[in-house]
Design a protein around this ligand. Structure first.
Ligand code: SF4
Length: 213
């Protein structure tokens, strides 16, 4: 399933038969209750995403919230094609992949962007970029890599050509639950939110679980 589900059903009439409208909510409930697996593609389907951003007049929610059953998620705005095809392939060939805490395949989302970032050595030495275009760590320019589960630094995008940090823009946390509202402002340093606190705990090793930084 791609896209969030509008609880205000007039926003997403996807089918009309015999003069009667059928909404996305109605169809996804019908199909979802009979499916062996339900997979969400993109951050809107996975967590609500931009469709559910404030003020959310359509009352959009994630697929999981709409149909109240387990959903395997390939989040991202957009989702990397490898994350989608890799998850589908695993479901077809081997069944459900190992999932991380938000219900996404651990193989793609189990580590943060920060963990394998090409600017990580600058971070470790406390050397930070002052302006976009500087080559150092962009934490102080708003990078959300430390709280964003995704393998962008190694997988890369556009046929494995580049990825946001390599293109001199901070990670905006597009794979995260709560994106975009909880990731804004994009170009200001991470605020001391729950995500930030979790990252700090993971760094100090005081939590037993969670994603590796
Ligand atoms: S904060 Fe961002 S730019 Fe800096 S090392 Fe982490 S992911 Fe890379």
């Amino acid at each position: 399933m791609e896209g969030a589900i509008a609880l205000n059903e007039k926003y997403t009439v996807v089918h009309r038969q015999g003069g009667q409208d059928h909404s996305a909510l109605e169809m996804v409930r019908l199909l979802g209750q009979n499916a062996r697996y339900v997979m969400a593609v993109g951050t809107c389907a996975s967590f609500g995403g931009p469709s559910a951003a404030r003020p959310n007049p359509s009352r959009s929610v994630s697929v999981e919230e709409a149909i109240k059953r387990k959903v395997i998620k390939a989040s991202g705005c957009p989702a990397n094609p490898d994350w989608i095809i890799g998850t589908l392939g695993h479901l077809l060939m081997f069944g459900e992949p190992e999932l991380e805490e938000h219900g996404r395949p651990r193989i793609f989302y189990g580590e943060t962007v920060h963990r394998r970032c090409t600017r990580r050595s600058f971070f470790e030495r406390g050397i930070f970029a002052e302006s976009l275009g500087d080559p150092e760590c962009m934490l102080r320019l708003g990078c959300k890599g430390p709280v964003s589960g995704a393998d962008c630094p190694t997988r890369q995008w556009n046929s494995y050509v580049s990825w946001p940090v390599e293109a001199n823009t901070p990670c905006i946390g597009c794979t995260n639950p709560g994106f975009p509202d909880q990731m804004e402002p994009f170009f200001e340093p991470l605020r001391p939110t729950g995500l930030m606190e979790r990252w700090r705990k993971n760094r100090s090793g005081t939590t037993g679980g969670g994603d590796r930084q």
